[in-house]
Ligand binder design. Sequence first.
Ligand code: PSV
Ligand code: MN
Length: 424
Amino acid sequence: MQIKKSLIAEHNDLNCSEHQRRFEWASTRIANCDSIVARVAAFQITIPSWALGTGGTRFGRFAGSGEPRTLLEKIDDVGLLHAINRSCGSISLHIPWDSVDDAYSVRTRASSHGLQFDAVNSNTFQDQPSQPLSYKFGSLSHVDKAVRNQAVEHNIETIRQGELVGSKALTLWLSDGSCFPGQIDFRRSFERTLESMKQIYRALPADWKMYIEYKAFEPNMYSMTVGDWGYSHMFASKLGKQALTLVDLGHHLPSANIEQIVAILMMEGKLAGFHFNDSKYGDDDLTVGSINPYQLFLVFCELVRGMDEQKMDHARDLGWMIDASHNVKDPLEDLLQSVEAIQIAYTQALIVDSQALFQAQEASDPVAAQEVLQAAFRTDVRPIVAEARRRAGGALRPIEFFRSMNVRANLIGERGSLTRSTGL
Ligand code: PSV
Ligand code: MN
């Protein structure tokens, strides 16, 4: 299904007067409104190829319909999102779920939608049918060198596939760890993992980065080899400049202060970027901003201040990806909501009066600091985000537009109702 520009223009005309009123109101209250709109329009969020189908839990999966059957169809789905909001300009592949067999077609299809390829992800948390050795007891940390070699080779192959499409980063997430006390030797496991990572790092092209993602628990329930930002940072520091820590918002123990982790990693120049999602209990992978939008805002406050202090390009210098799962919502609608939540938090962080915040901090005045932060958080910036979309050629109201176009019904018509996308 293609979204014609004229349909977006019609939709915007219909919603124009209401939007104009709300935007004018916002722009009288927000300093530098035009430059903020431009920054929001430039800010692109990567869509993971594995989030385009219905997700499941270990209890089951309630399949959706019209899901993408191939990598090309996954690219088409991201193209649809990008046509609607002009903010999803890249896709992140997961190998071997998205093996790039015909790089020319894959690249051509992506560029026909104006899409690029962000970090490519390896998978040593599942066994593949063709694979001789099992990852049941680990991959890069496994006691058996042959298993470690197989996992290293898979990562090198993942880099090669990423090169075919123009990716510039490898994301390494390991499910390695243990389920029971005494099952593994923590120190040896760490050392074996580091040794394996070094082999992968040596195969990394000079202009690539290696993102090391951590996770507190699951699937291993007693210990994870890369269990938190400290382990990730140790690995990344030992590997070298191209290795950085990736923060997935759902990968912490409850109540962790993620914004503080982010601030310090940035200060050290070791933050790779994000996997955005939201959670109430664990790695719930819910729609971004659906549970704790204030935390997301506080994370963005640290990001914006950290990037500005280091004169970084907000849109390009860190990896901005969604990593969510959709059990009960239409995946595309869910992704539209997640993108908007990220844009809202980013915009709110941009309008924080950082001078006043700095003064409150220097005066040890927590009351004033809270006033500053909450003045920004409680500002309705949705008209600014909508205006950024409009100026970039997107729809003022993405979800309404998606529904009015009957996008899902069209996809079911093209692909059938019994399709199942690869992923978890
Ligand atoms: C693991 O929970 C994770 O967050 C990693 O990023 C994986 O690559 C992804 O989810 C797989 O769904
Ligand atoms: Mn993740």
